[in-house]
Structures are given as structure tokens and as C-alpha cells.
Design a protein around this ligand. Structure first.
Ligand code: ZN
Length: 284
């Protein structure tokens, strides 16, 4: 299933995409995306039978007319992996990591598809990063790598917008990564049953129609089992936590001349099977 959060009758509601329509899930007892994820496999079964029992897509909203929000407007945690593609580590003039490089974004950075990335006045080096993200279903601590599939609810597109001057000002990257609007996510969370192999997905960043990053998740240095084991060895993974797995080569700061994000840009993160996350870029 493909889950979204959309504006419905004045508030945010979880929904599932059925063809060209969105069916809101409040009536099925799941008003928010987090309530779906926390419900585990039983929630997915309940939603599937509820959808089967409905008369067609009565009362559904056409996707084209709906205002989509981030599929998870307030994830409990947003965990990001740095330098997780060999070619990007090389273009960044950094060593190929032997241990995952981890940083975080705050939930206040999250926006949905179509919402503008606001370039902060304070930064002169705003940059783009296309990323593949997974969403934790069943939480846990000390999860062995080979149990990774039991703990993932689904997958989504993620844009790790980055202010390079703030990021590189100290050894800690976080302040460059968590400006408001710097975590676009979506359009949907696609459940694992629809993505047979998360390590075989084409990923691209396309700005104003030009492909600036193009790779495949087969090139991840630390794959999903290793990341889940490493992260849960330190802290408890919870339902709805989002893990952005890193970006491939082609980012703006590594180009000559650098290609910074500019007001008026149209940024698209495209991942095979997950669709397109499109965000306009505006000045603060
Ligand atoms: Zn990144």
C-alpha cells in the first residue's frame, strides 16, 4: 500500500492511494500515519479488509486535487547517514567511512511534497541531496542485522537540504542540516511488500529538469541491516522513526563552479517505485 497524509476537511488525515484517488483512513480508525505504523501488521490487515468492504472509492479525494503533507508530519526521530555512497565520499574529499556517520534533523524541518524549501537568509551555500529513506515499523533495541525486515514499515523519498557553510563551520554537521523546511519527505510511504529489494532502486535528483545526481541504492556502503543494527545498538528505534540513508555524488558544493540552490529552482527526488518528491525553492 501507498500511504499519504493529506489535508482533509480542515485537518491532516492519513490516507491510502487507490488508483487516482486518496481514501481517508479516519473511518477505519486510523486518523494519523503514526497510528497506522504503531498498529503493526494487524493495522494493515484491518485497513485492507475495511477498504475491501467499502463501496468503491466513494467519498475519496482525487490525488490531483488533494493537498499532500509530509506522509509523517512529525516523525519521532529523523536520523541521517552521511557519506554512505563511495563516489560522494570521494567528491567530498573525505575518507570512505568504516563506521556509519550519523547526524539528525529536528521534526520542525519536515515539509511535504509541493511545499517550498525556504533558503535561509543566513546561508550563502544552500545545497541539495537526494536520499532514499526507510521508516521504522516495529521498534526495538539491539536489533540483529538479519532481523532488519521485521522492523521496517516502508520507504519514502527524502531531500537532505544542507547549508554547507553552517554544516562545515564546526565538526558537527547538524546546524547546517536542520533549518526549517530542510527535510522534505514523501510523497508517500510505500510498504515493504511493494518494494521487493530496497538495495536495487534508481535514485536521482533533478533540478529544473536537469539530472544532477543519479545512482542506485545498490551502491550504499552501509546497507539497511547494518544501519538498523548499528543505530539500535545505541538507542531505541521507535515506530515512525525515519532513517535517510545518504546521498550519491553530484551535490552542488562538489561541482566546479558550485551549484547552490536558488530561489525559483524546482527540485525533484525521483526513486524507482516510490515516485517523485517535488519541492519549489524560495528565498526567506
Ligand atoms: Zn545527506
Amino acid at each position: 500500500m501507498r500511504f499519504v497524509t493529506f489535508e482533509h476537511e480542515g485537518s491532516a488525515e492519513a490516507g491510502v492511494i487507490m488508483g487516482d484517488k486518496i481514501v481517508g483512513l479516519k473511518g477505519a480508525g486510523f486518523p494519523t500515519m503514526l497510528s497506522v505504523i504503531e498498529g503493526g501488521p494487524e493495522a494493515l490487515d484491518k485497513i485492507a479488509s475495511w477498504l475491501d468492504a467499502r463501496p468503491g472509492t466513494n467519498g475519496a479525494v482525487p490525488v490531483a486535487k488533494a493537498r499532500l503533507l509530509a506522509p509523517l508530519p512529525r516523525p519521532p526521530k529523523i536520523i541521517c547517514v552521511g557519506l554512505n555512497y563511495r563516489d560522494h565520499a570521494i567528491e567530498s574529499k573525505m575518507e570512505i567511512p568504516k563506521v556509519p556517520t550519523i547526524f539528525a534533523k529536528y521534526p520542525t524541518a519536515v515539509i511535504g511534497p509541493g511545499q517550498p524549501i525556504v533558503l535561509p537568509k543566513a546561508s550563502r551555500k544552500p545545497d541539495y541531496e537526494a536520499e532514499f529513506a526507510f521508516v521504522i515499523g516495529k521498534g526495538g533495541r539491539h536489533i540483529p542485522g538479519d532481523r532488519w525486515q521485521e522492523h521496517i514499515f516502508g520507504y519514502t523519498n527524502f531531500h537532505d537540504a544542507s547549508a554547507r557553510d553552517y554544516q562545515m563551520a564546526t565538526s558537527q554537521w547538524m546546524m547546517g542540516k536542520t533549518f526549517d523546511t530542510f527535510a522534505p519527505m514523501g510523497p508517500a510511504i510505500v510498504t515493504t511488500d511493494e518494494v521487493p529489494d530496497p538495495h536495487a532502486l534508481d535514485i536521482q535528483m533533478i533540478i529544473n529538469g536537469e539530472v544532477l545526481q543519479s545512482s542506485n541504492t545498490a551502491n550504499l556502503i552501509f546497507r539497511l541491516p547494518a544501519l538498523i543494527e548499528y543505530l539500535s545498538g545505541v538507542f531505541t528505534l521507535e515506530p515512525g522513526d525515519v532513517v535517510a540513508t545518504g546521498t550519491p555524488a553530484g551535490v552542488g558544493f562538489a561541482r566546479n563552479p558550485p551549484r547552490w540552490l536558488q530561489p525559483g529552482d524546482d527540485a525533484v527526488v525521483r526513486i524507482s517505485g516510490l515516485g517523485e518528491l517535488r519541492n519549489p525553492v524560495v528565498a526567506e
